[in-house]
Design a binder for this molecule. Structure first.
Ligand code: PDD
Length: 277
């Protein structure tokens, strides 16, 4: 496996970062996850735009122009195996003596790796996944794709401990998102999605799903989704770059709707598979 680190492509085993890297010390950095289908990065412009938003959010200069990113990404894909991959991009505020305030004139650390992107198992498509709910105890800049993911890690582990695939977060009685995904609700034939504000990550897959809904005449409404709406949903979906669209068929141990992937999920899964191809 060949990775990219600070200007060089090298084997993963040889990639080393000093312990004083602010990513290691403070979690001071941002990241992106970009799916690659048939060796083409999916929605690259949107991912690079969100990366810029995250960098702006932590006041870190973008180390590369979009043209440079595109070239690095092209080479990364070419140097790794697999028609379908997902790329992980990671930028930290660099290596400096430990001090909370920003260091001066320190180059950022830029890291990129590729992993295999495997299609969802058939059982998952047929039966969906289980999820639990938990209070959203994160900060108020969830729109930044920050590498400091401790709450998300703890929340996801709660799901794993409960034999579930994701934790759906609620803040002040409203749905925010999953530990590493966005969440949609279907109620009475309408697709409901929380708004892209500071309380959730603006998902690239989320945008694709809303676009596909509009293109295929599925009514949708973007706005706050109350806890009761979530709990009485006909369908619940999760979306992410690595999991695409998945049906959540059990929530906190109770069946969602009929307890199997619903009719709108079946449609959206098909639209998504066709769209990405
Ligand atoms: N996570 N919300 C959170 C908190 C996420 O971490 C992610 C994705 C999403 C979905 O965004 P997108 O559709 O752009 O992937 C929403 C990635 C996959 C990860 O951390 O591995």
């Amino acid at each position: 496996q060949i990775v990219y680190l600070n200007g060089a492509f090298l084997p993963l085993e040889d990639a080393r970062v000093p312990v004083l890297d602010r990513g290691f010390i403070f979690g001071d950095g941002v990241y992106e996850v970009i799916p690659v289908y048939s060796r083409h990065p999916f929605r690259l412009a949107e991912h690079l735009q969100r990366l810029q938003h995250s960098l702006d959010g932590i006041r870190l200069a973008n180390p590369h122009s979009d043209v440079e990113w595109r070239e690095l990404i092209r080479e990364m894909i070419a140097r790794n195996e697999g028609e379908d991959q997902y790329l992980y991009l990671h930028i930290t505020r660099g290596v400096a003596k430990r001090d909370h305030a920003f260091p001066k004139d320190t180059p950022p650390t830029v890291f990129m790796m590729s992993s295999p992107l495997l299609p969802a198992a058939q059982a998952l498509r047929e039966h969906g996944v289980a999820a639990i709910t938990a209070p959203d105890n994160r900060w108020l800049r969830c729109d930044i794709k920050a590498i400091s993911l401790l709450p998300n890690v703890l929340l996801r582990q709660l799901a794993v401990d409960a034999g579930a695939a994701e934790t759906v977060m609620l803040r002040d009685g409203f749905l925010s998102e999953g530990a590493a995904s966005n969440i949609f609700v279907v109620k009475d034939g309408v697709l409901l999605a929380p708004p892209k504000d500071h309380l959730m990550l603006p998902g690239i897959t989320y945008d694709v799903v809303l676009e596909l809904a509009a293109a295929h005449g599925i009514p949708s409404r973007v706005g706050p989704v109350a806890e009761d709406t979530l709990r009485s949903a006909d369908e619940i979906w999760l979306t992410s770059s690595t999991r695409e669209v998945q049906a959540i068929t059990r929530l906190d141990g109770s069946a969602v709707g009929a307890g199997e992937p619903g009719p709108l999920f079946q449609k959206m899964d098909r639209f998504y598979q066709d769209y990405k191809a």
